[in-house]
Design a protein around this ligand. Structure first.
Ligand code: MLT
Length: 263
């Protein structure tokens, strides 16, 4: 089964890719991407998993967000999307970077909907003052100068430099995705990330199986940050994927799919 459907939650309509059959896995994209960043992984997982990959609020095919939102709002959207899809069984929640922040909030708030978690290229700590200031600058740049100006500095940090053909294809998928994100969505999601809470201490109470995944060359969430998160979670495993940077699932989908299967 491969299907992008529209799911209505309150006043919003969400584009959600629903593909495959088996154990349910909820795939949450990073900033400033959309559900298509999971396509390669989905094609490797669909024989064993029902993959549910929404566009988060304001991203991808969804309408522009004119008002602010929080990471908790994005987690609530995910819970309601699962309810609207009549998903009754707990899911593995898998989030990359900003999607990882949403996944952590989802585990905290909707534990009954969660069977396990995969936190990839993300971090459990909140931003420091410098990080918040940078986000405010990026938010104003997006509103003032547009999506390309606000997102292009990020591009060089997303992929490992020893680029191979798969990574080149990934680049050409990601660049237009970033450039077409609504400036207001960029700005509001920067604000949401700036205001997110830390999960590092709360995670010591987590009882579920967790995989903490990083990219060998990730400079946004370096391997050390992933290792710190792994140490904070009792039932977690650490995986650092070689020849990848910030978009490990997109750069090395086979290695990532193996990690999902091993959870
Ligand atoms: C992402 O990839 O989602 C962002 O790098 C997250 C962030 O800015 O913290």
């Amino acid at each position: 089964m491969q299907n992008t459907i529209e799911v209505t939650v309150g006043q919003r309509r969400f584009h959600v890719q629903v593909t495959g059959a088996g154990q349910h896995i909820l795939l949450l994209h990073g900033y400033p991407l959309d559900h298509r960043m999971w396509d390669r992984c989905i094609s490797l997982l669909q024989d064993q998993y029902l993959c549910i990959a929404p566009d988060l609020r304001g991203f991808g095919g969804n309408s522009e967000e004119r008002f602010g939102f929080s990471i908790a709002d994005l987690a609530a959207d995910c819970s309601q999307i699962l309810n609207a899809l009549q998903v009754r069984e707990p899911v593995v929640v898998c989030g990359l970077s900003m999607g990882g922040y949403v996944a952590m909030e989802f585990v905290e708030r909707y534990r009954e909907q969660v069977a396990g978690a995969i936190l990839t290229n993300t971090r459990c700590n909140a931003d420091d003052a410098k990080g918040v200031a940078t986000r405010l600058e990026t938010a104003s740049k997006a509103l003032r100068d547009g999506a390309v100006a606000a997102t292009s500095p990020m591009m060089e940090k997303l992929f490992a430099s020893d680029s191979h053909s798969e990574q080149n294809a990934a680049r050409s998928l990601v660049e237009p995705m970033m450039a077409s994100t609504h400036p207001s969505t960029l700005a509001w999601s920067q604000m949401a990330m700036a205001l997110r809470r830390s999960f590092c201490e709360r995670m010591s109470q987590w009882q579920l199986p967790v995989a903490c995944v990083g990219g060998e060359h990730d400079t946004i969430c370096p391997p050390q940050v992933i290792e710190n998160m792994h140490r904070a979670i009792p039932n977690s495993r650490l995986h650092i994927i070689s020849r990848s940077a910030h978009l490990s699932p997109l750069e090395q989908p086979k290695a990532f799919a193996e990690i999902v299967r091993s959870l």
